[in-house]
Design a protein around this ligand. Structure first.
Ligand code: SF4
Ligand code: SF4
Length: 205
């Protein structure tokens, strides 16, 4: 069984057991619609970082798409359908300022949906992938991004480095109490926090 807090590769694929309509509905319901007037500009982070296995586009993770010009897409507007429906968190959350755009921040955050995953934290979470290496995760503005997700999204947050996914929010203590409420013991605040998470993650009937 996978460790509750770490798991191997597979979290960054765009392929999921959901229909395209489901994906878009869930992303819009949780993060909201695309921010009006916000465009990718010179960012091409997702054209590099994502593992894509679609009928009209296949590429491995960490390999720049052959259609990327370095500052845009040579296929636009006749691009693969995935490119017109997949967007990172910055494109959907108005309160994320421009300095949290993935290429500026150094980390691409997005909604990761893996329904039915045995790791409950992986079923719906905000996933971050550093563009250059794990040192990107130490940048001060990453905390600003985590703050936005904590205040507004209410989902677990994880990072994926080199194919290894690690939960960064909530804390290990809270995560353990979410998995096993008995671990909160006499700590009423911890029990309440874990209970809120369990409700938000739909772990209780
Ligand atoms: S990572 Fe976000 S901002 Fe960057 S190109 Fe992809 S969708 Fe656009
Ligand atoms: S087709 Fe264009 S938008 Fe899609 S991944 Fe390739 S370069 Fe990026």
């Amino acid at each position: 069984m996978l460790n509750a807090f770490q798991q191997g590769a597979g979290c960054v694929s765009t392929t999921a057991a959901m229909t395209e309509a489901d994906e878009q509905d869930v992303a819009a319901a949780i993060l909201g619609p695309l921010v009006p007037g916000r465009v990718c500009g010179g960012c091409t982070a997702c054209c590099l970082l994502l593992d894509v296995d679609e009928p009209d586009l296949q590429k491995p993770r960490d390999v720049l798409c052959v259609h990327c010009t370095g500052g845009g897409c040579s296929r636009y507007p006749d691009w693969p359908s995935i490119c017109g429906r997949w967007f990172c968190a910055w494109r959907r959350i108005p309160s994320m300022p421009d300095f949290l755009r993935p290429d500026v921040l150094g980390v691409m955050f997005f909604l990761s949906i893996k329904p039915g995953d045995e790791n409950v934290f992986a079923r719906r979470c905000m996933m971050g992938i550093p563009l250059n290496g794990p040192e990107d995760l130490e940048r001060p503005n990453v905390r600003a991004a985590l703050g936005v997700f904590s205040r507004q999204v209410g989902l677990p947050v994880a990072v994926n480095v080199g194919g290894l996914t690690t939960l960064v929010h909530p804390s290990l203590e809270v995560a353990r109490a979410i998995l096993d409420p008995a671990l909160a013991g006499e700590d009423a605040a911890l029990a309440a926090d874990a209970g809120r998470w369990r409700k938000a993650m739909r772990l209780d009937p």
